[in-house]
Design a binder for this molecule. Sequence first.
Ligand code: F6P
Length: 342
Amino acid sequence: MKVGILTGGGDCPGLNAVIRAVVRVIHNAGGECIGFLDGWKGPIEGNWVPLKAIETDEIIARGGTILGSSRTNPYKSEATVAKLVANYKTLGLDALVAIGGDDTLGVAMKLHDEQKLNTVGIPKTIDNDLSCTDFTFGFDTSINIVMEAVDRIRTTAESHRRVMVIETMGRNAGWIACFSGIATAADFTLVPEVPVDIEKMCHVLLERRAAGKRYGLIIVSEGVKLPKGGMIAKTSEIDEFGHERLGGVGDRVAEMIQERTKIETRCVTLGHLQRGGPPSAYDRVLGTRLGIHAAQLVIKQQFGRMVALRGLHIVDVPLAEAVGTNRTLDLAIMEEAEEFHK
Ligand code: F6P
């Protein structure tokens, strides 16, 4: 049995834990694994490395992905799909395990449905916005990074009696912002799923200042749409899957707060810090469990499926069910965060 593995899309902590687990379970079953380099670019260009169980044991503690990643879309042309399929066949692969977000898994689904390749998907993203799974690995590490950053920002905010706006990642979903807002006792959290009320937010800040609080903390998700404006894109560049690069809404929110409250306000955009460094214990365990179950699907020859977390258990669902619709923030959780907006 020969199994290819790749990691696609934005990297996230926990990817190496997944790779290690897939390699180990396939090795235990008498098979071998190879790793494709830089996302879908690897199988298109035929770039790969052998993956041995003994050599991948320690990678669990490393952030990023030892295989590299990219936002390459094989479906940009028929020729690249043909190259990928030819390489899969020449290498004599029995299966391909794709670890990625909606875009990467969408490609895995099409390769299974249209090209009859044996693909299995594993969901990953710090954004936690994938359907059919309760949590994605990477998310826990990322909210802990935001929490640590905000705990530091708090002390300087307090010293200078400032309001600090912290812009988080998350694309169109407010999971990172909402969980970070709760964990850091933010005064207000703005997420893409809830219309922005700048006046109410400024009122809360002024009221708390009048009551004696020296500083203010506002968490803003990068995908927030300001009143009478859309999302703010950092550049006009669009990636191969048609996504804009977001960023900059935090600066705009800081300006609006300062204009209205006259309190000195600064913005910190956390950016890629949120995806860097070693994975948390939770993400190592979740990644490992997903990797084990994905490898077991390969051994049982159940393809076109994605492994997922449901409650405490790892289940699997058809890739077709999981891709195409992003899972936005559960509004019941946001309502809990909003108890502290009053
Ligand atoms: O999907 C993960 C993510 O980190 C988003 O939160 C963010 O908008 C995007 O990727 C950034 O992508 P890039 O690393 O390509 O700038």
